[in-house]
Each structure stands twice: as C-alpha cells, then as structure tokens.
Design a protein around this ligand. Structure first.
Ligand SMILES: Nc1ncnc2c1ncn2[C@@H]1O[C@H](COP(=O)(O)OP(=O)(O)OP(=O)(O)O)[C@@H](O)[C@H]1O
Ligand SMILES: [Mg+2]
Length: 853
C-alpha cells in the first residue's frame, strides 16, 4: 500500500479510538466518511459513494455540514452511533494539518434535541452484574430522570421490556441467550468500563451505585460534558407494581401491537386524550406499571370520578393543558445548556397556564391535590414575558432574542445600527442622483461588507474616480465599490450590530442561569401536570365510552357485569359488541372456556385481563358494574407469537410462557391460558393441558381462564371443585353458523372448525373432503375413548408435584393407553408423509377408510 496522506493518518488514528461509531470527519463545509464507514453510510443514507486518493482508492462519502442533522438523525434511528470530529482551528490561519477533535458522540440512548420522539421517553439502561444479582439503572437524559433497582436474572428481561431502552450498557458480557433476548429489545448494546462519576449515592446499595456509575460515566464520555443535567438517582422496587412479564405485555398488546409493532389496536390507543407530551409519557408508564396498592388505586379512581362529574371544569382544564408544552424536556435543555429562545417562549406559555390550572383545581382541593408553590414561579413568568421576543430564530447567536426596552445598552446598539440603515438608504438615493445611475444599489455581504454596486452597462457612462469610488470586487456583470464615507458608516453599523449580538448572547446566558434557579420547582409542577393530564384523559375516555368506577374486592372476588373488550368494542358499530359477565371467587376460580372457532373466547379472556389492568392503572372500566381483586401478577399464554428472533420455536415459546406462569403465579394472580397445548400433537397437548389445569387447581389457586378445543377436558368440572365450564354460544341455522358471542354456563361439544374454514372461503373441494375425514376421525376417536379405562383418566389428587419421578409415574398411564396401536394407527405411523405424492396420499386415505369398515 502507498503511504497515507497526513490527513488520512489523522483520520485513521481517530477512527481507532471510535471503532463502534460512524466517524463524521469535518473537512471544510462537509462531514466526510471513509472506508467501511463510507460504504455503510452511503448504503443507509442513500448517498453517493466516491473515492478519495486515487492511488489508495479509499471509499468516501460526505454530507454538507449545514444539513448533517437530518442524516445523523437517520443513522441514530437505525441504531448507529455517530462521532462528530470538528476542526479545532481555522484552516485559513493554520499552517499544515488542521487540528481535529471528536467533540460529541451521538448515540440512540443519549440524543438530546428534537431528534427524539416527544411522546416516548428515550431511555438508556445500564446493567451491572456480578455473580447472581443484577442492578439496573436507567435514565432519560433529555429530562434528567434517573432510576435504579436490583433484581435477579429472571426479572432483568422483564424490566428491560418495561423500560424499552434505546441503548444498553453492560459492565461485562452476558450469556449468548440473554444477549440474544436483549437484542430483541434493542440493537445497541455495548460494554463499558465505568469510572467514579456519581457522588450523591447515599441510599444506594453498592451494586446499584456501580450501575449508576456505569451509566453516567458512559453518558459523560459520550456527551463530553459534566453531568449536572442528570437528577439524583431514585431507587425503586420492581415489586412495587403489578408484575407483567414480557409475554403478558406483548400478548395483551398494552402499548404495542403484536403484528404491526405499532400503537394501533393497543390499550394505549384507547387513552388518546392526553394533551401534553409529559402526560403521554406518564400514561405509558402507568399502563406498563399498574399499581398494587389499594390506597393509591383508590386515590386515582376518586380523582377520575370527580373529573367525570365536574364536566365544565374538566373542559377548561383540557383547554389550559393544550397550551402547556413539554416542561420536562424544556427544563432538561436548560439544565443541559442547549436551550434556545423558542424553548423559553414555550416555557413562558406553559407557565402562564399554571395559575389557570391552579384556580380550576382549587375548589376540589381535598380530592384533587393542588399544584403547590406555583406562586414562586410568578417572577420567572414575569421575567420571560418582559424579556423575550415572540418571533426569533432557533439560534441564540443570531440576535433579535430580546424585546426593545429590556436592556438599555442593547437599545443603544440597536438604535445605532437602525439609524445606520436609514442613513444607508439615504446614501443610496444620493449616489443614484449624483451618478445618474438609477439601478445603483448599496448592499452587504459577509466577506466584503457594505458596497456600492454598479452594473457593467452603466459603468461606461460614469467616471468612478470622480465620485471617489474605490474598486472592491469585480463580477461578470457588475463592479462593486466602496467610498470613504461608506467605510466609516460601515464600521459604526457593523460595530453596533456585532456588539448587540454579543450582548444578546450574554444576556441570554444570564437569563438561562436565572431559569436554572427554578428547576426543582418546575420539575415538580411538570410531574403534577403529567399526572393530572393522565387522569383527565382517564375521565374523558370513561365518559366517552361509558366506563364505570370499579370497586376493589376485599374477598378476592372478580365480578364483572356486562363487560366489554375496551379495544375491540371501539372498532365495532355502537351496541354491536356483546357484553359478558364474569364471576370468579376463592371457591370457583377456574373457567374452562369452550366454543366454536371465532366465537369470542380469546376476546373474552383478554378483556378480563385488560379490565384488571385498567383498574390497577386507576382507570374506570368498560362494564356496567365491576368488582375486582388487586392482582399481583398477570400471566398469559395467548396465540402463536413465534419468537424466531430469540431462536425459540412456537411450541417452545408456548411452554416457556406456561412455565413462567406455573412457577411464579400465586393465589392473587390472574392466569390466561388460551388453548394451551395446541402447538403439538393432540394427545400430547391434551395431556399437558389437563396436567396444567390440575396443577393450577390443586397447587396455585390463581384465578384462571382456560380456553380449549379439547372437549375431553370438560369432564374436569366433575372432578375439580374450583373449576366450572362456560362456553361462548353460537348456533347453527340452515347449515350456517351464527356467532352469538355470549358467554354462558356449561360446555359445548363442537368447534365448528370446518364451518369457519368455509367462512374463510377455503376451496369447496377441501371443505367437503374435510367433512368426510372429520366423520371418520370422530368415529375412531370415540372407539379409542371407549377403550380408555375411565378410572385411570380421572384426576389423581395426590400428585407430588415436587418430585419429578413420581410425577412421571402418575402421568404415565395416560400415555400407556396408546402403547398398543390399532392397525390404522400403525399404518399412519409408518407413512412417510413427505415422500407421498398427492395421489398416493389420497390412496392411503381410501385404504385407511376401507380398513375401518
Ligand atoms: N363479545 C363480542 N361481541 C362482538 N363481537 C365479538 C365478541 N367477541 C369476539 N367478537 C368478534 O369475534 C372475533 C373472533 O373472536 P376470538 O378471536 O375471540 O374467537 P375465538 O373463540 O378465540 O376463536 P378461535 O377458537 O379461533 O381462537 C373477534 O375478532 C371479534 O370481531
Ligand atoms: Mg382464540
């Protein structure tokens, strides 16, 4: 290879230090990327890849520095990190290589500006682990929030799925399996060596302290500045909230839909009445972390109730909230030091709403906690009102930030420059008259300052030296001149403008410092407004959808009358949704739900889970009456959420979800098992399902909804005291299946799968053939069942679940029954299905049928 140029050497040296970043290397007006970075960026940003240095043939691409932000944004969005290297010296003044330095690293978890979504928190997480325990710290650097907790490995992934970080920092590698699962949550995972940067950790455990340090030292390294914008760490316990494992959250579609991974069709999408971004972020937190404390739940419910009744007040409240901006992030920017004039104007608008909010809430003081100490913010509101111009540019270096009259010196400078401008206009008129050139003009540019411009055409008719014109610049169609008079005025005008700009900048920094003094109070108000916004959202939604106030049951009874699925009902015409009841208590705590495909089993089970979560969020619920216990945890096994990414098969996910529920549920939990066992062969599935129900019944006593198409299971009602059959009704009419969606006592015998397949317009040949086969299978199945000794199939209540061997012995008989296969089974076993042509398959079926006769 030929020798590298000095600039390339400088680049490569720098790149060595920032290997995991895309290095934006400033060259004049461009940020350039080289080598692999260039290839990657060209692909991701769809920009042209070129070559630098013909000899070495180095791949290169670049973006103009003034439009770099958009490009960086796109790379961050895609999960890359970007390091920005700036020129630290003016190239014009420098001999040899210009000094360059990385001034900032932008990563998905540490971005500050408007690059981040306003309604979502932008979290970065650190996980510090030693032998057994894991401490997790997370922060949204745009608001300064910082929290820390400790948990065991099992909860790490749960907690991560709660936090949904954009970036994860580890102190050491984790196992491949965990790493894979983490990648499912975020792509951006790095290992970092922490240093001691956090000094306020009085109440933190040693390990939590390490986690916070790990996080903050990373943030500090990336942002290259001190950490005064980050709040003191708040310690929390995961057990403070209802435990919803990763699966439950996904399956119940609380904030993200399973299929499209967006908000549509989620519980979150119902609560769309928040007026502020702060409220929206808080709402997400409330949905994902439902409360378990009765007093706290009741407090929220009471406020919602009050807001429901006070219609006028709520209306006015919503109107006022409309003008409240994202105080949390505005304050975050004040703390961080990148606040601009527009931000402070938004802060002013927000502050102006505070007295209005307070006076609205005052009459309800004993129910709705009041905004406190807002009076202390009045001087700040006054200051912002008297100081800042409403219209201004984003940059705090371009002036025009402050109102006339705010600062006397500034006014003086402005007068000078404004007068100067009048004077220039007068000069232009005078020069036009003097020279007789009507198109003569006086203009300004940054390089040459003020000048008189005369077009080439007119130039011939005047004698420039006679007028004292001194040539400054020659263009293709004009000449530019300066005169002594103009020079003199220029220095006055530019001097005044420059001084004004500098003064405005200084005044702005002072103003920013002044605002900083109010930060704790502002944060406090922001938090209260966020909560208030959530609660008025609950109230608005409750009113719009006729929700009722749920009651917390003292006796662990779950009694819902005329319950609806909060999301499904909204996509239907009014009164289309069929309401259903649910009654589970300590005596009768398992529903075994049967019913045709498409009848509404899954919908029914989800609605019970969602209603429980809604109450524990503090929201009213879609019922005509509702009494619920406080659930400590909700477990689900719903649908086929294949987890291909983390390398698990459909059935494996199903079993993992079941295991999670069966090992962690308590009598205070809610379990939703939707058709468990369907991912494997019928008899395996049936056996597993029955064994699980028995276990829940005998060992856990958790409230459980269990849907199934294994009609063999309905006999369990006679053997398990706490279990009862219910079914979702449908009726057959003229060969058509009519779905009633009504949940009624008792069981049904048929699944009507073929009817539903017909509805889906499967080719009629297949439907007809399936009907014939169904008859055969049913006949055969009946025969087999008749062979089964009913005694052995009965539930054995004396199973010792703690002893694996014994467990196998007890369950064994169920499998033994099938050890002597019939001729048909034998034949079926021997068929190599994959090796058959369609015709051969048909023949086999005909033969089998013949054997039956
Ligand atoms: N209570 C109801 N009122 C009106 N429509 C309903 C009701 N419950 C369910 N539905 C409608 O029926 C459809 C099917 O419901 P669901 O998926 O719950 O059926 P399922 O019994 O679980 O079927 P499968 O056995 O195939 O899983 C829903 O998408 C919804 O449109
Ligand atoms: Mg279903």
């Amino acid at each position: 290879m030929t020798k590298q140029t000095p600039m390339m050497q400088q680049y490569l040296q720098m790149k060595e230090e920032y290997k995991d970043c895309i290095l934006f290397f400033r060259l004049g007006d461009f940020y350039e990327m080289f080598h692999d970075d260039a290839i990657l960026a060209a692909r991701e940003l769809e920009i042209t890849l070129t070559r630098r240095d013909k000899k070495n043939n180095i791949p290169m691409c670049g973006v103009p520095h003034h439009s770099a932000k958009g490009y960086i944004e796109r790379l961050i969005e895609k999960g890359y990190k970007v390091a920005i290297a700036e020129q630290m010296e003016d190239p014009k003044m420098t001999k040899g290589m210009v000094k360059r330095e990385v001034v900032q690293i932008i990563t998905p978890g540490t971005v500050m500006d408007d690059m981040i979504c306003e309604t979502d928190a932008n979290y970065i997480v650190s996980i510090y682990h030693d032998l057994n325990d894991y401490s997790i710290a997370y922060s949204d650097v745009s608001t300064g929030e910082l929290k820390v907790t400790t948990c065991n490995l099992e909860y790490v992934l749960n907690e991560l799925s709660n936090i949904k970080p954009r970036e994860i920092i580890l102190n050491q590698p984790v196992s491949d399996l965990i790493h894979q699962s983490m990648k499912y949550i975020t792509e951006v995972i790095s290992i970092h060596e922490s240093s001691d940067v956090y000094h306020q950790a009085s109440q933190l455990s040693g390990q939590q302290y390490h986690a916070v340090n790990l996080l903050l030292s990373y943030v500090q390294q990336v942002q290259k500045r001190d950490l005064s914008h980050i709040d003191e760490a708040i310690q929390y316990e995961t057990k403070q909230y209802m435990q919803l494992d990763m699966y439950a959250k996904r399956n119940l579609e609380l904030t993200e839909s399973i299929r499209l991974k967006n908000k549509k069709g989620t519980l979150l999408s119902i609560f769309k009445e928040c007026k502020t971004p702060m409220g929206h972020r808080k709402l997400k937190e409330w949905i994902e972390r439902p409360l378990i404390n009765e007093t706290q739940i009741n407090a929220r419910l009471q406020i919602v109730n009050t807001l429901n009744e006070a219609f006028m007040m709520r209306h006015a409240l919503r109107e006022a909230l409309e003008s409240v901006y994202d105080i949390e992030r505005l304050v975050g920017r004040v703390q961080f030091g990148n606040v601009n004039g527009k931000d402070l104007i938004q802060l002013k608008y927000s502050l102006q709403q505070l007295p209005i909010l307070k006076s609205l809430l005052e009459p309800y003081e004993n129910i709705i906690p009041n905004l406190q100490n807002i009076e202390k913010l009045q001087p700040l509101t006054d200051l912002l009102e008297s100081s800042l111009n409403e219209t201004q540019s984003m940059s705090i270096r371009e002036g025009n930030l402050f109102k006339d009259g705010f600062n006397a010196t500034l006014d003086e400078y402005r007068d000078a420059s404004r007068n100067g401008k009048h004077w220039l206009a007068a000069l232009q008129t005078k020069e036009r008259e003097r020279t007789g050139v009507k198109s003569l003009k006086i203009s300004y540019n940054k390089v040459f300052g003020y000048y008189i411009e005369v077009s080439k055409v007119n130039l011939a008719s005047i004698d420039v030296t006679k007028f004292g014109y001194e040539r400054k610049q020659t263009l293709s169609n004009a000449e530019r001149f300066i005169t002594d008079e103009l020079k003199e005025k220029e220095s006055i005008i530019l001097g005044a403008e420059e001084k004004a700009l500098e003064l405005e900048y200084q005044l702005f920094l002072k103003l920013r410092d002044e605002v900083s003094k109010y930060i704790p109070n502002l944060k406090h108000q922001a938090k209260q407004i966020a909560e208030l916004d959530c609660l008025q959202n609950f109230s608005e939604v409750a009113t719009n959808h006729q929700y009722v106030m749920p009651k917390i049951s003292k006796s662990r009874t779950l009694h819902l009358k005329d319950a609806r699925h909060p999301v499904v009902e909204t996509v239907m015409d009014k009164d289309q949704y069929v309401e259903n009841d649910c009654l589970l208590d300590d005596m009768n705590f398992i529903y075994l739900i049967t019913g045709p495909n498409m009848s509404g089993k899954s919908t029914y089970m989800r609605q019970v889970a969602l209603i429980s979560i809604m109450m524990q969020m503090g929201s009213f619920v879609p019922c005509s009456e509702a009494e619920l216990p406080i659930f400590d945890q909700i477990f689900t096994r719903i649908g086929a959420a294949d987890d291909l990414v983390s390398g698990q098969s459909t059935f494996m996910v199903e079993m993992l979800e079941a295991k999670n529920a069966l090992t962690n549920a308590t009598e205070n939990s809610l379990i939703i098992f939707d058709e468990i066992g369907r991912g494997t062969s019928t008899y395996d599935g049936l056996s597993l399902a029955q064994a699980m129900i028995e276990y829940v019944h005998n060992e856990i006593n958790a409230k459980t909804l269990f849907s199934t198409h294994y009609h063999e299971l309905v006999d369990l009602e006679n053997q398990l005291m706490g279990l009862s059959n219910v079914h979702v009704a449908a009726k057959e009419h003229d060969g058509q299946l009519i779905f009633l969606h009504k949940v009624l006592p008792g069981a049904v015998e048929h699944s009507y799968g073929i009817h539903v397949a017909n509805l889906a317009a499967l080719p009629s040949g297949i439907i007809d053939r399936a009907k014939v086969l169904l008859k055969q299978f049913e006949n055969h199945h009946q025969e087999t069942m008749n062979q089964i000794d009913s005694e052995t199939n009965h539930v054995n209540k004396n199973i010792n679940y703690t002893d694996n061997n014994k467990q196998q012995q007890v369950i064994q008989p169920a499998f033994d029954l099938f050890n002597e296969p019939s001729i048909i089974e034998q034949t079926l076993k021997e068929i190599d299905v994959d090796g058959l042509t369609a015709r051969e398959a048909l023949n086999v079926l005909y033969n089998l049928k013949a054997k039956l006769k």
